[in-house]
Design a protein around this ligand. Sequence first.
Ligand SMILES: N[C@@H](CCC(=O)N[C@@H](CS)C(=O)NCC(=O)O)C(=O)O
Length: 205
Amino acid sequence: MTDLLLYGHADSGHACKVALALSLAGLPHETVTIDIWAPPDTRPPAFLAANPAAEVPVLMIDGTPHVQSGAILLELATRFACLGGDTPHGLRRGRELLLWEANRIGMCLPQLKQARQDAGRGYPPDVIDWLTARYRADCARFDLLLGNDPFFHGQAPGIGDCAIWGYAQWLHEAGMTPTPAMAAWLDRMRALPAMRAPQAFFPPA
Ligand SMILES: N[C@@H](CCC(=O)N[C@@H](CS)C(=O)NCC(=O)O)C(=O)O
């Protein structure tokens, strides 16, 4: 059996993407919470050895470190033929969704969430306006990509849903309003038996 160990933190949407994928795919694994708010050089040596960049998520697969959430999701989908990785169409769909998320909605929601948490410090109003305008454009694309299916991969969630969930789960915390289609998808995602709160995926160390 493959040995899986996930390093992450409850505040990391990137780590939540991978934790959700492992949970949805029913892949047994261990989890280690890394304090991403502590200075990087205070993090556990085994973690720093696995990823000298000191970022989460890191997924150890049989002792080999895998970094970058999107790359990890693709590794899981192909290696275990799950979450879209079981068909060429599902894999192509997953790749397209992952790249859209990383370039678009995953490049405004984390910053908008952080800006609110920091009460706007370090974020000039023009920057917030720009990120908000990007989010509005992303809403339209979200609805287009989802179409009339319950999930981005059709009748069941796949790696694309995991990626988009990473930060869309915190729309409210980012001060953004979902479209009706987004709100319905968020409800469906929250209702998945494999879904967990971030703190349940990554309990405090
Ligand atoms: N592009 C990376 C982003 C990873 C990332 O930004 N991780 C953040 C948490 S969301 C982190 O570990 N920050 C702590 C640090 O850099 O010290 C991915 O998709 O995995």
